[in-house]
Ligand binder design. Structure first.
Ligand SMILES: *[C@@H]1O[C@H](CO)[C@@H](O)[C@H](O)[C@H]1NC(C)=O
Ligand SMILES: *[C@@H]1O[C@H](CO)[C@@H](O)[C@H](O)[C@H]1NC(C)=O
Ligand SMILES: *[C@@H]1O[C@H](CO)[C@@H](O)[C@H](O)[C@H]1NC(C)=O
Ligand SMILES: *[C@@H]1O[C@H](CO)[C@@H](O)[C@H](O)[C@H]1NC(C)=O
Ligand SMILES: *[C@@H]1O[C@H](CO)[C@@H](O)[C@H](O)[C@H]1NC(C)=O
Ligand SMILES: *[C@@H]1O[C@H](CO)[C@@H](O)[C@H](O)[C@H]1NC(C)=O
Ligand SMILES: *[C@@H]1O[C@H](CO)[C@@H](O)[C@H](O)[C@H]1NC(C)=O
Length: 607
C-alpha cells in the first residue's frame, strides 16, 4: 500500500472516531434528559421524588396515626409488627401499602418494629424497612433491630453551613476508630476530641452490620450508625463542625449493598431482584455484595432520596461517591488496567444506567444546593467526569486521583531514594484531565487499610526515638522525606496528617481485637514528640496554601538532578530529592526574570 493511502486511511479513521465519541456523549445526554423529564412528569418535580423518605417507610401523620408505605413488587403482602405485639396494618399486594391507622397513641419513640413480608410462596419474612432511620443492636444479638425514631423534640441546628471553600484540603475520618483507646469512639467523643484537629470527610456513617467492612457494606442506608451514638449526636457533630468553619462531606456508598437479609436490603420482597439486578449481574464477585439496578424507577427514588436525606436531615455539605469506577463499567474495573484508550470509556462495557444515575444525582444536588460538593472516587479516568452535564459531562466537582498514594507506596517500598524516577513521579502527580478538578492525597485510607503505611518511611522505628532530643538518622530522614512528599503532593495536588499506624477492625481473624482500630490524634498534643512538628508543618503548609491558593492554579514543570522545580500561583517550588547532594547557586529556569524572595511561611514554626 502506498504511503498516501495509509495516511488517508488514518485520517478517515480518526474522523469516524471523533464522530463516535460525539454520538456517545450525545446519547448519554439524551438518556439523561429523558430520565429527568420522566421524573419531572411523573412526580411533578424531582423535588418530591427525591424527598420520598418523607412518604416511605413508616410516617406519623398529623393526626398521630401512622402510614406504612413500602415498595415490594415481588411480595404478596406487607405487615407491620412490633413491641406492641400485634399486626398494625395489613394489605394485600406489595407495592405501596397503607395500613389501617391505629388511633392514638402513635407508635412510641424507640419502639422495636419489624416488617413482615409475606412472599408469593407463603413464607413470612421478618425484615427491617429499607427506609428505617435508626437501627440498634444489643451486645448479645447477632442482627440489628429496627428502632422507631420519632423523638418528642427534633434536633435544632444552631449553625449555618460555612461557605463553599475555593480549594479543598480534606481530612478523611472514621468516627469509631478516632480515639487512642482500643474501643469504639462515639459521635460525641469525635465532636469533642477530634474535630478541633481537622478538616473533614466522614466515613462509615450509614449503618453497616459488619464493622470490619469499614462501612463499605451498608445494611441500612437511612440509619446513621448507632455504634457511635444516636442520630442527634451525629447532627450535633455536623453542627459543631460547621461552627468551626469545617465543611463536612459524607462518604456515600451507592455502588452496592451488604448481602445481609434480615437487617439488610437483600431479598426484601422475597426475590433477588428487588433493588438489585437479579441473577449473577446482581452479585459482586469480589466483594460478595449486591449490586443496585439503576434502571429501576424505585431504586432511583431510594438512592436519590437517600442523598436528600443526608443533606436535609444531617446538613452534610457534600458527598464523596465511593467506587465510581466499579459503577461505570460492566466489568466493574475488576482485573482491568485503564490505558487511557478512549474506546475504554464508551460502548457496551459502560453501564449507561449507572452513569445516568450519577448524572441525575449530580444534577439534582447542584440544582437544589448550588454549594454542594461532589467527589468521585474513580481510577479509570472517565473523560468528562468532572465537567458540567450541559457539556456532556457527569457533573462531579472533583475526581479523587487514586494513583498518587499508590505511586508513593510503590516507590517507597520498591525503590531506594537514590533511584527514584522523578520523571515518573511527576508524571503520576500531573496525569490529570485538563479542565477537570481533582483531589490528590499523599496517602489515603486505602493505603492505611491495606497495611501500607507512612511507617515504611521510618523502618519500624515509628514509635521509638520520636522524642525531640533523641533523634536517629532513620527517623530524621523519614520525617524529612515525608514532609517533602507531602509538600510536593500538596502543591501539585491535597493532604492528610500522617498516622503512624496501620488500621484493622476487630474481626474473627484477629480475635475481635481493637488493637489496630484506633487513631492516635493525641500524639500531636504531646509537647516533646516530633509528631507535633509534623503537625505544625502540615498546618503551615495549609496556611501557606490558604494565602497563595496554589491548589486552584495551573502548573509548569522542570526537572534535573533529583530536583523538581515548578511554578504555581506565583510561587516557585524547588524540591531536592537527592539523598546526599546539596546544591549551591543552582540555576533554574523561571517564567519571569526578577528577585524571588524566600517565603518564610513554612519556616516559622516547623523545623
Ligand atoms: C405499583 O404502583 C405503581 C405506581 O403507583 C403502579 O404503576 C403499579 O402498577 C403498581 N404495581 C403493582 C404490582 O401493583
Ligand atoms: C469517649 O468519651 C467518654 C466520656 O468522656 C470517655 O469515658 C470514653 O472513654 C471515650 N471513649 C473513647 C473510645 O475515647
Ligand atoms: C432492572 O430493572 C428494570 C426496571 O425495573 C427491569 O426491567 C430489569 O429487568 C432489571 N434488571 C435485572 C437484571 O434485574
Ligand atoms: C449471589 O451470591 C449469593 C451469596 O451471596 C448466592 O447465594 C447466589 O447464588 C449468587 N447468585 C448468583 C446468580 O450468582
Ligand atoms: C483500544 O482498545 C480497544 C479495545 O480494548 C482495542 O481494540 C484497540 O486496539 C485499542 N487501541 C489502541 C490505540 O490501543
Ligand atoms: C486468638 O486467641 C487464641 C486463644 O486465646 C490464640 O490461640 C490465638 O493464637 C489467637 N489468635 C490471634 C490471631 O491472635
Ligand atoms: C487549614 O487552614 C484553614 C484556613 O486557614 C483553617 O481554617 C484550618 O483550621 C487549617 N487546618 C489546620 C489543620 O491547620
Amino acid at each position: 500500500m502506498k504511503l498516501g493511502s495509509i495516511m488517508s486511511l488514518i485520517c478517515i479513521f480518526s474522523v469516524c472516531f471523533c464522530l463516535a465519541l460525539y454520538l456517545c456523549c450525545d446519547l448519554r445526554c439524551k438518556r439523561f434528559a429523558e430520565h429527568l423529564a420522566q421524573l419531572e412528569e411523573a412526580e411533578e418535580i424531582f423535588d418530591c421524588f427525591t424527598l420520598s423518605y418523607r412518604s416511605f417507610g413508616i410516617q406519623r401523620r398529623s393526626d398521630n396515626g401512622l402510614v406504612l408505605r413500602e415498595w415490594a413488587p415481588g411480595a404478596e403482602a406487607v405487615f407491620l409488627t412490633g413491641d406492641f405485639s400485634k399486626f398494625l396494618g395489613k394489605n394485600s399486594l406489595g407495592n405501596y401499602t397503607s395500613p389501617k391507622v391505629d388511633k392514638s397513641p402513635a407508635i412510641k419513640h424507640l419502639t422495636k418494629l419489624k416488617l413482615v413480608v409475606l412472599t408469593k410462596t407463603g413464607e413470612y419474612l421478618f425484615w427491617i424497612s429499607p427506609w428505617a432511620k435508626y437501627v440498634t443492636k444489643t451486645l448479645d444479638s447477632v442482627t440489628y433491630d429496627w428502632t422507631h425514631w420519632d423523638p418528642p423534640q427534633r434536633y435544632q441546628f444552631q449553625h449555618t453551613r460555612p461557605p463553599r471553600p475555593s480549594s479543598l484540603r480534606i481530612y478523611e475520618a472514621h468516627v469509631g476508630i478516632s480515639s487512642p483507646e482500643g474501643k469504639i469512639a462515639s459521635y460525641k467523643n469525635f465532636t469533642r476530641d477530634v474535630l478541633p484537629h481537622i478538616k473533614d470527610l466522614l466515613m462509615a456513617i450509614m449503618e453497616h452490620a459488619y464493622y470490619a467492612s469499614f462501612g463499605y457494606q451498608v445494611t441500612n442506608f437511612f440509619a446513621a450508625s448507632s455504634r457511635f451514638g444516636t442520630p442527634d449526636d451525629l447532627k450535633h457533630l455536623v453542627d459543631t463542625a460547621h461552627s468551626m468553619g469545617i465543611t463536612v462531606l459524607l462518604d456515600v456508598v451507592h455502588r452496592h449493598a451488604s448481602s445481609n437479609t434480615e437487617d439488610g436490603l437483600n431479598y426484601f420482597d422475597g426475590t433477588d431482584s428487588c433493588f438489585f439486578h437479579g441473577g449473577s449481574r446482581g452479585n459482586h464477585s469480589l466483594w460478595g455484595s449486591r449490586l443496585f439496578n439503576y434502571s429501576s424507577w424505585e431504586v432511583a427514588r431510594f438512592l436519590l432520596s437517600n442523598l436528600r436525606w443526608w443533606k436535609e436531615e444531617y446538613h452534610f455539605d457534600g458527598f464523596r461517591f465511593d467506587a465510581v469506577t466499579s459503577m461505570l463499567y460492566q466489568h466493574h474495573g475488576i482485573g482491568h488496567h485503564f490505558w487511557g484508550n478512549y474506546s475504554e470509556y464508551f460502548g457496551m462495557h459502560v453501564d449507561e444506567d449507572a452513569l445516568v444515575y450519577l448524572m441525575l444525582a449530580n444534577h439534582i444536588l447542584h440544582k437544589l444546593y448550588p454549594q454542594c460538593i461532589t467527589v468521585a472516587e474513580d481510577v479509570s479516568g472517565m473523560p468528562g467526569l468532572c465537567r458540567p452535564i450541559e457539556e456532556g459531562g457527569l457533573g462531579f466537582d472533583y475526581r479523587l486521583t487514586m494513583a498518587v498514594p499508590d505511586k508513593w507506596i510503590q516507590v517507597l517500598k520498591e525503590v531506594g531514594a537514590e533511584d527514584w524516577d522523578l520523571k515518573n513521579i511527576v508524571h503520576t502527580l500531573t496525569n490529570k484531565r485538563r479542565g477537570e478538578a481533582s483531589i490528590t492525597y499523599a496517602e489515603s485510607h486505602d493505603q492505611v487499610n491495606n497495611l501500607q503505611v507512612t511507617g515504611i518511611l521510618a523502618d519500624g522505628q515509628r514509635y521509638v526515638h520520636q522524642h525531640l532530643i533523641a533523634m536517629t538518622p532513620v527517623i530524621d530522614r523519614g520525617i524529612q522525606l515525608f514532609k517533602l512528599i507531602r509538600l510536593l503532593t500538596h502543591s501539585l495536588g491535597g493532604n492528610e496528617f500522617g498516622h503512624p499506624e496501620w488500621l484493622d477492625f476487630p474481626k474473627k481473624g484477629n480475635n475481635e481485637s481493637y488493637y489496630y482500630a484506633h487513631r492516635l490524634f493525641n500524639l500531636v498534643d504531646i509537647e516533646h514528640l516530633r509528631y507535633r512538628q509534623l503537625y505544625a508543618f502540615d498546618r503551615d503548609m495549609n496556611l501557606t496554601e490558604d494565602k497563595y491558593g496554589w491548589l486552584a492554579a495551573v502548573t509548569t514543570l522542570n526537572q534535573a538532578d533529583k530536583v523538581i522545580v515548578f511554578e504555581r500561583a506565583n510561587l516557585l517550588f524547588v524540591f531536592n530529592f537527592h539523598p546526599c547532594n546539596s546544591y549551591i547557586d543552582y540555576r533554574v529556569a523561571v517564567e519571569h526574570a526578577g528577585k524571588y524572595p524566600f517565603t518564610r511561611d513554612l519556616q516559622k514554626t516547623s523545623t
